[in-house]
Design a protein around this ligand. Structure first.
Ligand code: PMP
Length: 356
């Protein structure tokens, strides 16, 4: 008799084509304690296992692929990809550009950490910090990125992750959604996650709703400082942003083009406080050995809430967008946690993890 397998079956033993070939097909993790407590299956898609370390590798690859298909970029001719972001999309794009031989130019607000600038430079990107001004100012980093790409003319593209919904959201319609459906064998009742560009939420929701004939419920999760919770709760009123959150990469002041085609698919919205996010982040480390970023911890809080709302016996899926590595100097620093008033939100027995 074969020994009981400790690890899940390897799905593909064949070699893949480098960085690009390693994007996607991430495992779906059962969170055991939360599942037991809610008597639901709480499953989290391990997007930190993408080769660039985040869910954004998928969108980065798709925006470049779409630019090649439309002729904006010519493979093998050293074109230029321009984006305005200091976050995971920039990192994903920098990797994809190296893998495909394109130049990568990243505009970002000059308020971003040196850590982020250095990482992008190490990945070969041409990093251009510009003054941090609001979106409606023509000197905002997004507009500068756009103008620069236009000034290059031929064989250059501004990837426009926020409003390039055809490619960003499409990555999740064609990959993340189908993976979740197949990994759960179609037994999925709820999906929830927070949104930055909205690509992940919209793409996965669109696919799961279509496959299930509308049965899968979709709850949008929202941090403080974002307007989506109040937008959906008020039946479509956009308000000013108020407050801020420790989460990075999520929260919105508007309905992005990624989200627009799918706003009618949102069944409900959940507001998740930073206190609950940080407590979950430490709890998942302790209970599951998972070292995840704050947006991911927020997503798991939302999945837990959704399980309580739908009741026992349901399967809820969410996203672990990235690991804690990019944020550890903050998330595990007592001083930083104190500055945010969050130390007491972490249960006492988990304070041993506050090591910085
Ligand atoms: N979490 C993190 C850490 C991210 O960087 C992002 C992307 N901004 C998201 C969540 C949200 O993903 P999306 O842009 O697909 O809404």
């Amino acid at each position: 008799m074969l020994a009981k397998r400790l690890y899940s079956t390897i799905t593909s033993a064949k070699p893949v084509d480098g960085f690009i070939g390693a994007i996607g097909n991430t495992p779906l993790l059962r969170l055991k304690t939360l599942s037991q407590q809610t008597q639901c299956e709480i499953l989290a898609k391990a997007e930190f296992m993408n080769p660039g370390g985040s869910v954004k590798d998928r969108a980065a690859y798709y925006v470049v692929k779409k630019a090649e298909e439309s002729g904006q970029l010519k493979p093998g001719s050293g074109g230029t990809v321009v984006e305005g972001t200091a976050g995971n999309t920039g990192i994903g794009l920098a990797h994809v550009c190296r893998a495909k031989g394109y130049k990568c130019v990243i505009y970002m607000p000059n308020t971003q950490s040196q850590e982020k600038i250095d990482l992008l430079k190490m990945l070969g990107a041409d990093v251009r910090p510009v003054p941090a001004v609001p979106y409606d100012n023509p000197d905002n980093y997004n507009h500068q990125a756009k103008r620069y790409a236009e000034s290059l003319g031929e064989n250059a593209v501004w990837t426009d992750q926020f409003d390039n919904w055809k490619a960003n959201r499409q990555a999740h319609i064609e990959t993340t959604g189908p993976e979740i459906w197949s990994q759960t064998e179609g037994k999925v009742d709820g999906f929830t996650c927070a949104t930055g560009t909205g690509g992940t939420f919209a793409g996965v929701t669109r696919y799961l709703k279509e496959k299930s004939g509308g049965k899968v419920k979709a709850f949008i999760a929202d941090p403080p400082g974002s307007v989506l919770y109040s937008y959906f709760k008020s039946g479509g009123k956009l308000t000013e942003r108020q407050g801020s959150s420790i989460t990075e990469g999520i929260g919105q002041g508007r309905i992005t083009e990624n989200l627009k085609p799918d706003v009618d698919l949102v069944d409900d919205a959940l507001f998740i406080k930073d206190e609950d996010t940080i407590a979950m982040l430490y709890r998942l480390l302790d209970e599951e050995g998972l070292y995840i970023g704050a947006s991911s911890a927020l997503n798991v809080v939302a999945a837990n809430e959704m399980a309580k709302i739908l009741g026992p016996g349901h399967t809820i899926v969410t996203i672990i967008s990235d690991g804690a590595y990019r944020y550890q100097s903050r998330l595990f620093s007592r001083k930083w946690l104190e500055s945010k008033g969050l130390v007491d939100a972490i249960p006492k027995h988990l304070h041993k993890y506050i090591v910085l």
